[in-house]
Design a protein around this ligand. Structure first.
Ligand code: NDP
Ligand code: 2IT
Length: 452
């Protein structure tokens, strides 16, 4: 990961970014990880240095911030803040999710938008990078309140997006329900049925496999990683965090490939099922989370032998593979130490930046296979890209066709990581591989388009 030869250049670059964006810790964290791995490449390819490509990439092309007023079920006025960060459009329209969570601020969205630029570049599809959302908390809100909020949010957002401009999708707190409400409002205001969001329902332009894509993609990527050692997921003990969209479908694919899912979690704690969460139990969890909008604790209440560990994350569980699929900075150095001492083989990020830099370095030092989210969770946005293609074609591909394309894209991302990240001793530095491969495509497009 870090290449000490160019430490001075990295420090100088980070000082400049930190000065401008001092109040944005998550953004600085994401930039630093990229700077440490990409600056050595830039130093050895000075054309990118002269054109100040990385300096331009850390400056969003546009940041939109707006008021979102709405009426709750009591008739009281509520005010939230909405955002869209249009980070980079060198290789395609801005593309990336919307997050509705009380923690949402400029720092979190800029980190996500920055990561998205590299991730989208890796997918092989023509998508720039963006991210948006709101500090709105959907938890405990009625469907009517969520609809009111989504309509107000889209009333402003619709001025800034379009099928050739910016195409948002879901992220934390934004799933099929929210996308539907926002799509309806866009269509109503603009009188236009067009693919301005991805993750839509099947009946109105959504792609098959989009709900599954991030989780499935992360597991396909894990399979590709294990394959480099002649190994597979079959019989492996897998610890997953989160119990939302990404975690659920990661669990589904692990089960299908013969692995044993021991845990899932939410912000209140984790459940441990020593017998493994099988397909039938996962169906219960999907209904609990997606239909009843319940808490993961209720899984432990419903099944014998399942433990609920309140207020804890699942990383203390002995396992072969860890899939952090909840949120940023959810796996710390202490957790990494425990995983390593328990003999972990691979850590694949389903979430964006779930491992802290210290945890990441510990995995690297111990030669644990470790993949950053921008490589291993790119399946979601990749199928979003395929949804955009299908919308443009006014056509839809079958489940098998989309799944096959997803598998091929994850394989291609893995190959790119190996190409730019394999060391002389054979260790694959997926962080460097993903950052450098993602950088080159965007950088070359920016060079070709002049100083814009
Ligand atoms: P969901 O909203 O469906 O689920 C989020 C899950 O993470 C929930 O279980 C939630 O628990 C938990 N969680 C959220 N915030 C926290 C927190 N601060 N501390 C502990 N747990 C938390 O989101 P997704 O599954 O879509 O997203 C999960 C991660 O994957 C995010 O990092 C997202 O950026 C990333 N991602 C998502 C993609 C997608 O296509 N959806 C694509 C690529 C990456 P609780 O209910 O208690 O809040
Ligand atoms: O972080 C991500 O890649 C996403 N939330 C999905 C973005 C998308 O446009 O599908």
């Amino acid at each position: 990961m870090a290449n000490n030869k160019y430490e001075a250049q990295v420090n100088e670059f980070m000082e400049a970014v930190s000065k401008r964006d001092a109040q944005q810790p998550e953004f600085l964290q994401a930039v630093k990880e990229v700077a440490e791995t990409v600056i050595p490449f830039i130093e050895e390819n000075p054309k990118y240095k002269q054109a100040k490509i990385l300096e331009r990439m850390v400056e969003p092309e546009r940041v939109v911030m707006f008021r979102v007023p709405w009426l709750d079920d009591n008739g009281d006025v509520q005010i939230n803040r909405g955002y869209r960060i249009e980070m980079n459009s060198a290789i395609g329209p801005y593309k990336g999710g919307l997050r509705f969570h009380p923690s949402v601020d400029i720092s979190i969205l800029k980190f996500l938008a920055f990561e998205q630029v590299f991730k989208n570049s890796l997918t092989t599809l023509p998508m720039g990078g963006g991210k948006g959302g709101s500090d709105f908390n959907p938890k405990g809100k009625s469907d009517n309140e969520v609809m009111k909020f989504c309509q107000s949010f889209m009333t402003e957002l619709c001025r800034h997006i379009g099928p050739n401009t910016d195409v948002p999708a879901g992220d934390i707190g934004v799933g099929g329900r929210e996308i539907g409400f926002m799509f309806g409002q866009y269509k109503r205001i603009r009188n236009e049925f067009t693919g301005i969001l991805t993750g839509k329902g099947r009946e109105y332009g959504g792609s098959l496999i989009r709900p599954e894509a991030t989780g499935y993609g992360a597991v396909y990527f894990t399979h590709n990683m294990l394959e480099t050692k002649g190994d597979s997921l079959n019989g492996k003990n897998v610890v997953i965090s989160g119990s939302g969209n990404v975690a659920q479908y990661a669990a589904e694919k692990v089960i299908q490939l013969g692995g044993k899912v021991l845990t899932l979690s939410d912000s209140k704690g984790y459940v441990y099922d020593a017998n493994g969460i099988d397909a039938e139990k996962l169906a219960f969890i999907m209904d609990l989370k997606n239909v009843k909008r319940g808490r993961i604790k209720e899984y432990a209440d419903a099944y014998d032998g399942v433990e609920f560990h309140e207020g804890q994350t699942p990383w203390g569980t002995k396992c072969d593979i860890a899939l952090p699929c909840a949120t940023q900075n959810e796996l710390h150095e202490e957790d990494a130490k425990v995983l390593v001492s328990n003999g972990i083989l691979a850590v694949t990020e389903g979430a964006n930046m779930p491992c802290t830099p210290e945890a990441m370095h510990l995995f690297e030092q111990n030669k644990v296979m470790y993949s950053p989210g921008k490589a291993s969770n790119a399946g979601g946005v990749a199928v979003s890209g395929l949804e955009m293609s299908q919308n443009s074609l006014r056509y839809s591909w079958t489940r098998e066709e989309v799944d096959e394309k997803l598998k091929n894209i994850m394989k291609s991302i893995h190959e790119d990581c190996v190409k730019y990240g394999k060391r002389e001793d054979g260790y694959i530095d997926y962080v460097t591989g993903a950052n450098v491969a993602g950088f080159i495509k965007v950088a070359d497009a920016m060079m070709a388009q002049g100083v814009v």
